[in-house]
Write a protein that binds this ligand. Sequence first.
Ligand SMILES: [Zn+2]
Length: 536
Amino acid sequence: MLLWLFIRPLKRHSWVEASVQTASAFEGGPGLAKRLRSWARAFISDRHALPIEMRGLDSRHSLLENEELKKILMEQLVKIGKYVRALDIVELLTDPEIQAEFGLKKTVCLSTAQVWMHELGFRWMRTPQGQYIDGHERPDVTSYRQISFLPRLAELDCSVPQYDPDNNLVSTPPPAPVCGPQNRPLLYLYHDESTFYAHDRREKRWVAPNEKAVPRKKGEGKSLMVADLICPEFGWFQSKDGERSARVIFRAGKARDGYFTNQDILDQLTTAMDICESDYPEYRFCFVLDNATTHLKRADDALSARHMSKGPTRPGNPMFGVETNVTGPDGKPVYRPDGKILKEKIRMRDARLPDGTPQSLYFTQGHPDAGVFKGMAQLLEERGFHGARQLRAECPGFKCPPLAERCCCRRLLYNQPDFREVETLVETHCHARGFEAVFLPKFHCELNPIEQCWCVAKRTYREFPPSSLEADLEQNMVKALNAVTVQHVRKFYNRTQRFMDAYRKGLMGDGASWAAKRYSGHRTLPHNILAQFDKQ
Ligand SMILES: [Zn+2]
């Protein structure tokens, strides 16, 4: 188009004009025009060395700069697990909800998806050895593990039955009041998702960013995703007669069932809670889930200081609030005529003052500005932070100086207990029926015994004759899952206990791994374990 505008017989444009015209036809500005000129010159001087454009012209490519989209993609890809394909990106972006969210009209082509895989840090290579991936010892992850997760589990553990190395029940929890007001033993239900592949015999695959590198070609195969729960007391969780279970078998991807969403998790938990209540009323239950963003979703109107202004919303400006999908009577999103999801703006819910009374984020009836968002400074003043109006809205880039307490309004609000401890939808959903829910620390798959159950099932699965039929895939997968016995589950559960004990005794990832192996069969480690490891 650039060359045509430059050379066409009538209405010829100058070189620069032609480039600007062409750029604007692709919704680009002077920057794109300049790049177009340089590519065209490069092309004219050597028609065999086409300049490869990595960003800009292809607007779908720069889409990956959208952190939100990047996060969603990364998360879904990691969830698909070991045999993730570039095609999964193509399929993921056919989801009308995602398309509406990010203003896409269609999905990307496979070659773009392959470039994206690299951009997201995946490499095509042989499976790396070793269990630990970067991030396992990241400060935020270890602090969640040590300060929040392990103490919480220790508290719960005192009401949970434990097993000896021969998988026999060793301790029934003590009666109330030690084990809680309801005087019932507690059982963990570990949740996870895994994908089975028709051709699970490949050695090469896309390897996630934190693994290690060397690109190569790809293979395919039908896949099935399964999301299920295990319980060290029973094995795969199901009703007493074995008729009902919370297992969800899922055809992930295009023209199939889509992807596992937060609502899917909530529905699955509902099924599990129904079974718990009807068949196992003698127990209490605690769900243990992965720390994935889909699991951590919070209510749309949940408290968040992220986008709050320091002062009240000014007259004429859109009122501070949160966008939420409008849902129809079936609970599904409503679409606008242009295919985008219909959104509406709603108020953010009330905050809670330290004494427990609700604090409206908006001026209330009787105030001259009734209904107007108060702004962070006013909210802080009401909480007793006098002089909050003199503070800045936020430190540059919200990178506050370490240990700063009163550096900016946003940090102060962030650190308020009600802002910090916003429940996830999963927690709210479980707590409403008297169930507990705990999230594993990120990257700590060694603390979820179900991970090893998948391994056993997949080993069994690989022994079946290969088949490309989806029906065979499902049948073989179910048969393979049935190969996991309650004995397996208890053994794997004890292994997670060993890991937790190692972390409590101060060992880090590698040390914990060493100790868990060394004391295989035991539930706890000797007290001098740290000294023993140092001598290694
Ligand atoms: Zn600050």
